[in-house]
Write a protein that binds this ligand. Structure first.
Ligand code: ADP
Length: 639
């Protein structure tokens, strides 16, 4: 039979096995039957011979004629199975024993007993029992035949050979067929399952090569096809992964390029802007005619707008590039809200609008945890829009809160105005970048259409949402919903940001090293610092700065980052190293950088700088960042 020949055929053959077993059992039953028959024959023969001998020996026993008894016995002994004949009288006394010596070893003797009776005498004329005699036979002795079992055994052997051997053969044949077929089916199945195991292990090159027939052959070719398909799929998958990796790398490169471009743009725009803003701030301080003062104010305002636009574009690009990082800290909401409102109070009053704050008692005395800079940015944007698009009435900023759990607060910050409102069909679009209700509005009110897109993205980044409810002519309400973690008591002071103490001191004291390569910016910063009361020493690059630091101590170093010869980062690193070697107290270094990206701030701090101020900066910002080092009681000029 071929390996794995049709399973159906093999199973059909397997059906013969029970038939062979039945046949075997039948033959065993027949053998048993024939055994019993042989035994019965021997019994019948023995009983018959004993009774024959008993009736023919009546005379011999009665007459005590032993020669007659011997003759009878010898006659009986002609029967080969007969081993011995014994005649006994009624008292059990042996009258005669006739026996053979040649007993077949391993055989047993079966004895047959038969009584010897004296028959009543019959009158020959009347055929009646002779007078004076009892008419029933009287027992006068017994004949015992000893039959050998040799013949019975021989017969049984014969029967065994004739029946039991074929029976056993049939059963053994059945078992063998079952075993053989099981092996025939199991071994290809084992082979195929091994094949599948190899495939499951990820080796798709393997193929079944066994010469299998029928269904198993088909199964093997199916498995081979499956292996082929898996191999193809793996190749496809591999190439898809490679493509994805390449695309990912490309995207990363593109993202890096975008980031680099942003950094460059930021730098290129901010550097001249710093000059313009700085110069205008200086101009503002000079003696001017009313007309000149007005022009300066308009120029300052326009520069402020331009700066807002640049900031919006950069912020939006940063969010898009996934490079806007949050800096969550614990702070109080109250001062943040007050601060936002006070920033816009002047603008609102100029337009004749009210600007109110309504707040829940729940938000007071709590330190909430989120990024205050970004939250302030969102609120400022909404308030600025509200003022921009409202001509009558005013703006109400409200803060409501409710406890969600022991230490979580759901806060809703709404900016509601009584302005022109937004038609419903335009509302959803406004949160997309660069979209405005209509272009005439933008022409009338200015703006880039980025503010709301940024506000919504920032709200989402803070874990909340920004929603709008408005109708044309019916005013608008923008609501920021946030779930904020809070605590009551002031714990780790370092984490808490104090908001609302914006009033930077107008005068400062101390000696500052100003490191800046751009001459205009150098002049601007120097003048502003001098106006604050600070003594300024200048350097045009990092190398020059280090040389000056070695000559004397400074209360603070204002360090530009991008400079020729030696940049600010390198200079700060070398300065820190020098200070360590000399065992000196580190001098505060504040980065002045035209790169407003978050990474830049981190790079500055990790280079060993203490703070970071993005250009262009306003006078107050510079004053605020210098305050910790240059307030009269802290400054130690002339060290
Ligand atoms: P921008 O104000 O710079 O154009 P925004 O994204 O902040 O960009 O706003 C997009 C548009 O949404 C605005 O141009 C204006 O049409 C509309 N808008 C925003 N806030 C208000 C408001 N409070 N009332 C009416 N319209 C508004």
């Amino acid at each position: 039979m071929k390996r794995g020949a049709g399973i159906r055929k093999q199973l059909q053959i397997l059906g013969v096995v029970p038939a062979l077993f039945m046949l075997g059992l039948l033959l065993v039953a027949l053998t048993w039957q024939r055994f019993e028959d042989a035994d019965r024959d021997l019994q019948a023969l023995g009983s018959f011979m004993a009774s024959q001998l008993a009736s023919s020996s009546e005379y011999g026993v009665l007459a005590g004629n032993y020669s007659d008894l011997r003759r009878q016995a010898q006659l009986a002994m002609q029967q080969a199975d007969l081993q011995y004949v014994v005649f006994r009288d009624n008292d059990g006394k042996v009258l005669l024993y006739e026996g053979r010596q040649d007993r077949v070893p391993g055989t047993s003797i079966i004895e047959f007993h038969s009584g010897i009776y004296r028959q009543p005498l019959l009158d020959s004329d009347t055929m009646r029992v002779t007078a004076g005699q009892n008419d029933s036979p009287v027992r006068i002795g017994e004949v015992v035949l000893g039959m050998s079992s040799a013949r019975l055994l021989a017969r049984q052997k014969e029967i065994l050979l004739a029946s039991l051997i074929p029976a056993l053969s049939a059963m053994i044949l059945g078992l063998w067929i079952a075993h053989y077929l099981a092996r025939q089916i199991a071994s290809p199945l084992n082979y195929l399952s091994g094949l599948l195991r190899t495939l499951r292990g990820g080796d798709y090159h393997v193929r079944g090569t066994s010469k299998l027939q029928g269904e198993l052959g088909e199964l093997q070719s199916d498995i081979n096809q499956l292996a082929g398909s898996l191999e193809e799929a793996r190749v496809d998958q591999q190439s898809a992964i490679e493509e994805l990796q390449a695309a990912h790398k490309q995207a990363q490169t593109a993202s890096q390029a975008k980031s680099d471009f942003l950094a460059m743009m930021s730098h290129e725009l901010r550097t001249p802007m710093n000059g313009v803003l700085g110069m205008l701030q200086l101009l503002e301080q000079t003696r001017q005619s009313e007309e000149q003062h007005e022009y300066t104010q308009v120029a300052l305002e326009s520069t402020g707008h331009l700066l807002d636009v640049i900031n919006d574009i950069l912020d939006f690009s940063r969010i898009e590039a996934g490079r806007m990082d949050l800096d969550p800290v614990f702070f109080e909401l109250d001062p943040l809200l007050n601060n936002c409102l006070s920033t816009f109070r002047y603008l609102a009053e100029k337009k004749g609008l009210y600007l109110r704050l309504e707040k829940d008692a729940l938000i007071s005395d709590k330190l909430v945890r989120t990024d205050p800079t970004r939250l302030r940015q969102v609120l400022n944007n909404l308030i600025s829009n509200a003022i921009k698009f409202t001509n009558e009435g005013g703006i109400t900023v409200s803060a409501t809160a409710h406890l969600v759990r022991e230490d979580w607060l759901d806060v809703k910050l709404s900016v509601k105005d009584t302005g022109i409102g937004i038609p419903e069909d335009k509302q959803s679009r406004l949160f997309q970048a660069f979209s405005q209700v209509d272009s005439s509005t933008s022409r009338r009110f200015g703006g880039t259409g980025l503010g709301l897109a940024i506000a919504r993205r920032l709200s989402e980044m803070l874990g909340g949402a920004l929603t709008l409810s408005s109708s044309q002519g019916g005013g608008s309400t923008f609501t920021v919903s946030l779930r904020l973690f809070f605590r009551h008591e002031v714990g780790d002071e370092r984490e808490i940001v104090l908001i609302g103490h914006d009033d930077a001191p107008r005068t400062l004291n101390g000696l500052v090293l100003l490191v800046e390569d751009n001459e205009v910016n150098l002049m601007v910063a120097r003048r502003i610092l001098e106006q604050m009361g600070v003594t300024v020493v200048t350097a045009m690059n990092g190398k020059e700065a280090l040389a000056k630091v070695e000559q004397r101590d400074f209360d603070c170093i204002l360090m530009d980052v991008q400079m020729p010869v030696m940049d600010g980062m390198e200079a700060t690193r070398l300065l820190r190293q020098w200070e360590r070697e000399q065992g000196r107290v580190p001098m505060p270094v504040i980065a002045l950088t035209a790169n407003a990206m978050e990474e830049e701030r981190e790079r500055c701090l990790s280079a060993g700088m203490n703070a970071h101020l993005a250009k262009p900066f306003r006078r107050q910002q510079l004053s605020r960042v210098l305050t910790p080092y240059l307030t009269p009681e802290r400054a130690q000029s002339g060290r």
